[in-house]
Design a protein around this ligand. Structure first.
Ligand SMILES: [Zn+2]
Length: 404
């Protein structure tokens, strides 16, 4: 099952009853978190057992399903907390600061024609929330293949989860193989007898990361005497950085997927899983590995949603192998890959050819074949460049919730 969260602004301010429900919900989550920490449990059912009765006494009229959903939210906060503790990066008891609530799909009604949500507060008390519906939202509301999942309500927004079964990937008629680098995706597009170089450049992402990294360093130094202020400021920097990088990653992924969709292409990517960051160079690595993995996640997720096949292959030796004669070069290459057989090519594009050959020899569907000799050295197709993102950045109105 695939899930996509779509954010809607609310037409007017939250009614008083809904606002107090959000406050109660947050209280329930934070109480459950404390109870869960004490009892060392994280599952919704276990939290239900230890916290339900107490909370029921304090809020006897709150809709029971909202309460259960609060335990679910608390459970996921606790699981994240436990993961951080295990990694050794934690401070204190976690809590939910933001005013919010989550309702499972049985606990609210959305009229998909009018965009009006019917939210039960307690027995005999419902409120209506009117969503602002644009053309973008219509696509989701009107698509009968999408069912409704959970609803998250914030003071000014509602996020509706739309769900669907993953469509069966199409049989590819061409292939787009991409080598993932710090500032670009470089690759080769193959259709019939023709093979061309492709490029999607995102140099601004590394620049943003570096700038925020430096700023955090400076903040830490300047506020060294005040740990709390320093870590608050750093966290805010981090959120801002994530949002800016995320926006660009989505843009890059969208242009890749549009290209693949129009040409019925399979997408070939390297499997980054094997490249776990080493502790010693952790900071440097994290700086460069995080957006690449994230970019892959976004591409894979969006491809699944659209039924575009994605093949991941082991990248071992992909940057050192000659696609013509198969020799493996001993040392790392410069910008250009050179082989004794006379073959030479941009190192990254060469790597993408090897990824493609691995994918094909692993039996990539569709009977595709690839002849590196047919590569057109003088053509470069630009799939994405920063100028394409020139329009202003939105403040995060849509996001992926994650698949199950
Ligand atoms: Zn060679």
């Amino acid at each position: 099952m695939l899930v996509k969260g779509v954010a809607f602004y609310l037409d007017s301010e939250l009614p008083f009853e809904a606002r107090s429900l959000l406050e109660d919900f947050r209280l329930a989550v934070n109480n459950a978190i404390r109870a869960g920490l004490q009892a060392r449990v994280t599952s919704r059912n276990a939290l239900n057992k230890i916290a339900y009765k107490d909370f029921r006494q304090e809020h006897p009229r709150m809709y029971a399903q909202h309460l259960v959903s609060a335990f679910e939210v608390a459970g996921s906060v606790l699981k994240n907390h436990r993961r951080r503790v295990r990694k050794g990066v934690t401070g204190g008891v976690p809590y939910v600061k933001r005013l919010m609530m989550k309702a499972e799909n049985q606990a609210y009604k959305l009229n998909r024609k009018t965009g009006i949500i019917d939210l039960p507060i307690r027995a005999g008390c419902h409120v209506e929330l009117r969503l602002v519906v644009s053309q973008y939202h219509r696509k989701y509301l009107d698509d009968a293949a999408l069912s409704l999942g959970s609803l998250t309500i914030l003071p000014d927004r509602a996020i509706v989860a739309f769900r669907k079964d993953a469509p069966k990937p199409f049989v590819p008629e061409s292939a787009l193989s991409l080598d993932t680098n710090e500032r670009s995706l470089d690759g080769v597009f193959v259709e019939g007898d023709v093979a061309k170089a492709v490029k999607a450049e995102f140099p601004d992402i590394a620049i943003i990361q570096q700038r925020h990294h430096d700023r955090r360093r400076r903040l830490q130094k300047k506020k060294a005497h005040d740990h709390r202020t320093s870590s608050n400021l750093c966290r805010r920097e981090g959120t801002r950085e994530h949002r800016r990088v995320d926006y660009r990653l989505h843009q890059v992924a969208n242009s890749i997927l549009k290209f693949a969709e129009e040409r019925n292409s399979a997408i070939v990517l390297e499997d980054l899983k094997g490249m776990r960051s080493k502790r010693s160079k952790e900071l440097n690595r994290r700086l460069s590995m995080w957006p690449r993995r994230k970019l892959h996640q976004i591409i894979e997720y969006k491809a699944q949603w659209k039924g575009i096949p994605v093949v991941k292959v082991d990248p071992r030796n992909s940057s050192r192998t000659c696609p013509i004669c198969g020799r493996v070069q001993g040392s790392r290459m410069g910008v250009e890959f050179k082989c004794e057989c006379g073959w030479h090519l941009d190192r990254h594009i060469n790597a993408s050819m090897n990824l493609l050959q691995t994918a094909i020899s692993n039996g990539m569907a569709g009977g595709l074949w690839f002849n590196p000799g047919a590569f057109q050295h003088d053509v470069m197709m630009i799939l994405y460049e920063p100028a394409m993102a020139a329009r202003s950045e939105p403040n995060g109105t849509s996001g992926i919730v994650g698949g199950t």
